[in-house]
Design a protein around this ligand. Structure first.
Ligand code: AMP
Ligand code: GLY
Length: 434
């Protein structure tokens, strides 16, 4: 099988790494890829915001399977373009990708199919109306830019001043561009977050190992939302009873809702859940795998990923069950100084040669560029170190023992990835002593 992976982040590096372990795979391209992926696949330069360019590449390479990693090509409609030309594709079409591309569309879908989610206070395109609505909402309040913002268009706050400032940034200063011209206000939910991702052929679902993402920039869940600063995967995140409830109340109604809306969904579907005292509620849908959850999840895969992906693309996942290693995994992101607001790029990355990679210890690149055997920072999330172990504790230790070997001017990482929330405060105290 010849496979093309579209994208160039840590998630795509992890996919390429895992696909190389599939028996039937003879060739992998990655477009555009990055400095690290170049060691594992043939990278093809491409602009993932240009539909034409992406279609042309696929026409030229003629892969047996195209796996679309990031949301942007999906929202632009790449999957439809390729399917209409007869290519096998992992990723939903343009209409279904609106579940991620528009938070208002997702809320309407959730309401239409009676799927539990946070109560919505309203949708606003007018800044005066949005400000006035702050008199009528409950706190903590969540404000979301409608469109794609790479995980940065959400504010959870109990401060009215902060809420006003965010509305100003989105609707007046246009900091999120078109994506922030329309915002929605919703109830802030309390509970534990869980990233629950399934692979679906539109009818059946194959759940991925459960993962938890750390979205805030700093230890202890402080600072602004980012694309994700690390993740871990462990079956203890998901007792059987909870999984049944998620399946019954969230996953199945979503799959039948998509079918009822006439959408043929083939690909990964990500449920960003809050496990509240009233049960699981959907915070967001993503129409793809999570980043950095994927980097932790691939370390636990014990099945032929390429074969499963092809089956999903063909609309026939029947009779497959994914096998997972019972061990745990952890993944810690190294971010550029200034991330997420203004990442400083360009510095050389040192120390990569000190890491002895294996099946249980990996480095996945996100924003790196390779020139003459040297690596340079070219994105906010630079790379990450992933490890597996018999427990999360062991997996996280492996990550931290190794990530401290890597250095680049101004870079930083969270110290509390893989620490259970109740233990976060003590880990934060530990990191202050470091
Ligand atoms: P989203 O892009 O919608 O997932 O939002 C990003 C992050 O904001 C989530 O992972 C949560 O940490 C937080 N968030 C979003 N919606 C809510 C909500 N209704 N209540 C509490 N936190 C939320
Ligand atoms: N880690 C969250 C996301 O991929 O959106």
């Amino acid at each position: 099988m010849k496979i093309l992976v579209i994208g160039g982040g840590g998630r795509e590096h992890a996919l390429v790494w895992r696909l190389r372990r599939s028996t039937g795979v003879e060739k992998i391209w990655c477009a555009p890829g990055n400095g690290g992926i170049a060691n594992a696949a043939e990278c093809i330069p491409i602009n993932i915001s240009s539909l034409i360019e992406m279609v042309n590449i696929v026409e030229r390479l003629h892969p047996d399977l195209t796996v679309i990693g990031p949301e942007l090509p999906l929202v632009l409609g790449l999957a439809d373009e390729l399917r209409s030309r007869g290519f096998a594709v992992v990723g939903p079409g343009k209409e279904a990708a609106r579940l991620e591309g528009s938070k208002v569309y997702a809320k309407e879908f959730l309401a239409r199919h009676a799927i539990p989610t946070a109560k919505m206070y309203g949708v606003f395109e007018d800044v005066t109306a949005a400000r006035a609505a702050l008199d009528r909402v409950g706190w903590p309040l969540v404000i979301k830019a409608d469109g794609l913002c790479a995980g940065k268009g959400v504010l959870v706050t109990s401060s009215r001043a902060e809420a006003e400032e965010f509305i100003e940034r989105a609707m007046v200063r246009g900091e999120f561009g078109e994506a922030g011209r329309r915002i929605l206000l919703e109830e802030g939910l309390a509970g534990q977050e869980l990233s629950y991702i399934v692979l679906t052929d539109g009818k059946r679902v194959i759940p991925m190992a459960p993962a938890r993402d750390y979205k805030r920039a700093f230890d202890g869940g402080l600072g602004p939302n980012t694309g994700g600063m690390g993740a871990y995967s462990d079956d203890n995140l998901l007792p059987a009873e909870l999984e049944e409830r998620i399946n019954r109340d969230v996953v199945q109604p979503t799959i039948s809702g998509l079918a009822a809306d006439g959408l043929d969904y083939r690909g990964f579907l990500y449920f960003g859940l809050m496990i509240t005292a009233d049960g699981p509620k959907v915070l967001e849908y993503n129409c793809r795998l999570g980043d950095p959850e994927t980097q932790a999840i691939v370390l636990r895969m014990d099945f032929d990923l390429a074969e499963f992906l092809m089956a999903a693309a063909m609309g026939d996942l029947r009779s497959r069950t994914a096998k997972w290693k019972s061990a745990a995994s952890c993944y810690v992101v190294l971010a550029a100084g200034g991330y997420p607001e203004k990442p400083r790029i360009g510095a050389e990355i040192l120390g990569l040669d000190r890491i002895r990679e294996s099946e249980g210890l990996v480095v996945f690149h996100s924003g790196t560029l390779r020139e003459n055997d040297k690596y340079y920072v070219c994105g906010g999330r630079i790379l990450g170190v992933g490890g597996s172990g018999v427990s999360v504790r062991e997996a996280r230790r492996l990550c931290y023992d190794n990530i401290s070997n890597i250095a680049s001017a101004g870079c930083r990482f969270r110290r509390d990835i893989g620490v259970a929330p109740e233990a976060v405060l003590s880990a934060t105290a530990e990191s202050r002593r470091d």
